[in-house]
Design a protein around this ligand. Structure first.
Ligand code: SF4
Length: 333
């Protein structure tokens, strides 16, 4: 099974509840950025995340309020680097108490000192390690030697200790697909619980020429789609087909809402056009029709997981054949 049963059932029940209440748009994942501080300055990261001061972090109360207000069954703790957040233990425990599932997105450098032995394994906690290729590529993207080796050591240690460990790989212009296959094989040897693959996004604040145009994305993902037939990639087949240019969806920016030290980020995880102090202002002010249509120039090359995975799953829900395919992919894969 690609997703543990409790995650699948929580998500399905959440969607049924929302449909019964007549809601067309609702969050599935809260991207919680409790701090902008990071111990790396990766090339593909928005520069706003390189400069944050630790004093500017969210309080635990602000984090929990965002969890409650969004209502999303999943909380992706990102940042910044969440293992640098001083209140990490309380944050993880408080979100678990609220029956949400956590994806702790980390570069893994501090897992041994800040998480292992501090927060015990739990079925609602998934550790999601950023891994953008084999050693040379990953260390290049992270702009530091040794990051790859440390991440691999932490993934092995996490598995030994009983944590649910997955990886998240962004595909850049430099990414060789042969290398992605090598990485998939290595993760299978280690026994990781899943591997997400997503195209990079051209942040307004990133000026390096490493991101993919739409055509380049589609070419690379046509090959990744082939790899998904042999390897256990966690991105849904419908999303991979979309990334490969074989089908098209409207965006679902409301499905992945983002809360940061600056407030609620609108319209989406990638574009911080405006930050809102309150949930109601954010939810009622963003022009969802406009952003769903992808007519904005900043949407033209975007094929991001955060905008389109929900679109892909929703589309599958309209066809019994696609729904069966999705169920088979999750339960038999
Ligand atoms: S297409 Fe991408 S950039 Fe545009 S709203 Fe959706 S997620 Fe954001």
């Amino acid at each position: 099974m690609r997703f543990p049963l409790h995650i699948t059932t929580d998500n399905v029940f959440h969607q049924i509840r929302q449909a019964r209440q007549g809601h067309q748009r609702y969050p599935m994942v809260l991207m919680l950025e409790p701090l902008y501080t990071c111990n790396l300055a990766c090339l593909g990261c928005s520069t706003e995340r390189h400069t944050g001061k630790l004093t500017d972090r969210l309080s635990l109360e602000q984090c929990f309020q965002a969890v409650e207000q969004s209502g999303a069954p999943g909380v992706s703790i990102c940042g910044g680097e969440p293992t640098v957040y001083p209140e990490l233990k309380g944050l993880v425990e408080g979100i678990i108490e609220r029956n949400r599932h956590i994806y702790l997105c980390t570069n893994a450098l501090l897992l041994d000192t800040k998480l292992f032995g501090v927060v015990p394994p739990h079925k609602r906690l998934t550790i999601n390690v950023h891994l953008d290729g084999m050693r040379d590529t990953h260390d290049y993207v992270c702009d530091r030697q040794g990051v790859f080796d440390k991440a691999i050591e932490m993934i092995r240690r996490g598995k030994q200790l009983g944590y649910h460990m997955i990886t998240n790989t962004t595909i850049f212009k430099e990414t060789r697909i042969e290398e992605v296959e090598e990485l998939l094989a290595l993760m299978e040897t280690i026994g990781t619980d899943g591997m997400l693959i997503s195209p990079g996004y051209e942040y307004e604040s990133v000026d390096r020429d490493i991101f993919l145009s739409r055509r380049e994305t589609e070419e690379k993902f046509q090959r990744i789609l082939e790899l998904s037939k042999k390897h256990r990639i966690t991105s849904t087949p419908m999303f991979l087909e979309f990334a490969a240019g074989l089908r098209d969806f409207r965006c679902s920016p409301w499905s992945t809402v983002t809360y940061t030290p600056l407030g609620w980020k609108g319209p989406c995880y990638l574009i911080g056009q405006k930050y809102y102090e309150t949930w109601d202002e954010f939810w009622n002010d963003v022009d969802w029709d406009y952003w769903e249509s992808r007519q904005d120039v900043r949407c033209q090359n975007c094929k991001m997981h955060s905008g389109f995975e929900t679109s892909a799953v929703r589309e599958a829900g309209k066809s019994p054949r696609e729904l069966l395919r999705l169920a088979a992919w999750n339960f038999l894969g």
